[in-house]
Design a protein around this ligand. Structure first.
Ligand code: NAI
Ligand code: MG
Length: 368
């Protein structure tokens, strides 16, 4: 029996709603797979927690999380707490302290989901977003508040090591998954210090991978190409800010935020990695039970992949694809009227069917 220790942080708003469905899906696997067991611990760190305790997580929060093999995260954000507090006191410390420098975001056509842009060709690429430095470095300051001379300074920190390791992660993924081309997002014509360093070390790292082709585009042109010919991309590598924007665009291209998972990975496994939907807490629909749980459920599948259970991850993705292809159960964001629970249940049922079919097959074989 292999047991995995998982920390679960549902967060705020729809994070709490979609997490429930992801946990139901995982418990099907626990029940059906003799050698798979999860030890799940729930952490209520959220905006409610902040309002009660004056902080997003306890002082020793990171120490507590470090003992787990992975973190499954919902989403945070609540009108009662400034967004920079929720983000910088919970998500960012986890991503940075645990060296989750790869933010992995697949962008993939799904059966039954019409992409406004696919033109009949499948869209299937992944974005490797640098997740530990760059434009989201906690460096800068403000002076002369509320005066006419008021000023702010926000520093972008790019390091050779940071650029190299995200590029390497993208290349390794490409090699392993039979992808031939790396697309780098840059803006070195205007951002001439940090982005030139980016270009140089992306290019230098690619020299170690002679079978991979490198193309490099300015971010403004690249967003247009994402819209005009998304099917031509394979693996995209981008800085923290560019990767953030590109991945929401990628989400929109293939059916919306309700379908888009992501992984914050520490490839060396020195620290736990964290798996979360691309979307936020969606206050506009929170509490209505209409959020699409697929992004969260798929994020749980990415977590299983990372834990070395690719077999189980595939089962979840297959169940999601079957529900979408059938098209009977859909939440509002993808053109239906099903509740979050119904969508979760449909995926649970499809997952269970995978086990039933297997059993019947064996029995028939036995009779013969
Ligand atoms: P959002 O992703 O929460 O919502 C954007 C739009 O997509 C909304 O119209 C929402 O209803 C819709 N949407 C998102 N997820 C959906 C789902 N699963 N099913 C159906 N529709 C869905 O982004 P927004 O509105 O910019 O931010 C809301 C809050 O979330 C803010 O407080 C923000 O800081 C926070 N946020 C947190 C993130 C995280 O926890 N990693 C990431 C992004 C935003
Ligand atoms: Mg984002």
């Amino acid at each position: 029996m292999t047991e995995y220790n998982i920390a679960v942080i549902p967060g705020d708003g729809i994070g709490i709603e979609v997490m429930k469905e992801a946990l139901k899906v995982l418990s099907v696997l626990e029940a059906k797979e003799p050698d798979f067991d999860l030890r799940v611990e729930n952490f209520p760190w959220s905006s409610d927690y902040y309002l009660e305790h004056g902080r997003m997580m306890p002082e020793d929060g990171l120490e507590v999380l470090q003992k787990f093999q992975a973190i499954l995260f919902g989403a945070i954000g609540d009108a009662r707490v400034p967004d920079d507090v929720t983000v910088w006191e919970l998500i960012m410390p986890i991503r940075k302290q645990f060296q989750q420098y790869v933010n992995f975001r697949p962008v993939k056509s799904l059966p039954g989901i019409e992409s406004p842009l696919s033109k009949g060709e499948d869209i299937d690429f992944v974005i490797f977003r640098e997740n530990s430095e760059g434009e989201y470095s906690n460096s800068g300051g403000r002076m002369f508040d509320s005066q006419l001379t008021e000023l702010s300074l926000q520093n972008t920190i790019m390091t050779r090591a940071g650029i190299e390791r995200i590029t390497k992660a993208a290349c390794e993924y490409a090699v392993k998954n039979d992808r031939k081309k790396i697309t780098s997002a840059t803006k070195s014509n205007a951002i001439i210090f940090s982005m030139k360093l980016w270009d140089e070390h992306v290019k230098r790292t690619l020299l170690e991978y002679p079978d991979l082709q490198l193309e490099s585009y300015y971010i403004d042109a690249l967003v247009a190409y994402f819209v005009q010919r998304p099917q031509t991309f394979e693996v995209v590598v981008a800085s923290n800010l560019f990767g953030d924007i590109l991945s929401d665009l990628g989400s929109g291209i293939v059916g919306g935020l309700g379908l888009s998972p992501s992984a914050n990975i520490n490839p060396e496994k020195d620290f736990p990695s964290m798996f979360e939907p691309v979307h936020g807490s969606a206050p506009d629909i929170a509490g209505k039970s209409i959020a699409n749980p697929i992004a969260q459920i798929w994020s749980a599948a990415l977590m299983l992949d990372h834990l070395g259970r690719e077999d189980l991850s595939k089962k979840i993705v297959k169940a999601i694809e079957e529900v979408l292809l059938e098209g009977k159960v859909r939440t509002a964001d993808i053109g239906g009227s099903a509740t979050t629970e119904l969508m979760g249940l449909a995926i649970v049922e499809k997952l269970k069917e995978q086990y039933v079919t297997k059993k019947v097959g064996t029995e028939i074989h036995g009779v013969k």
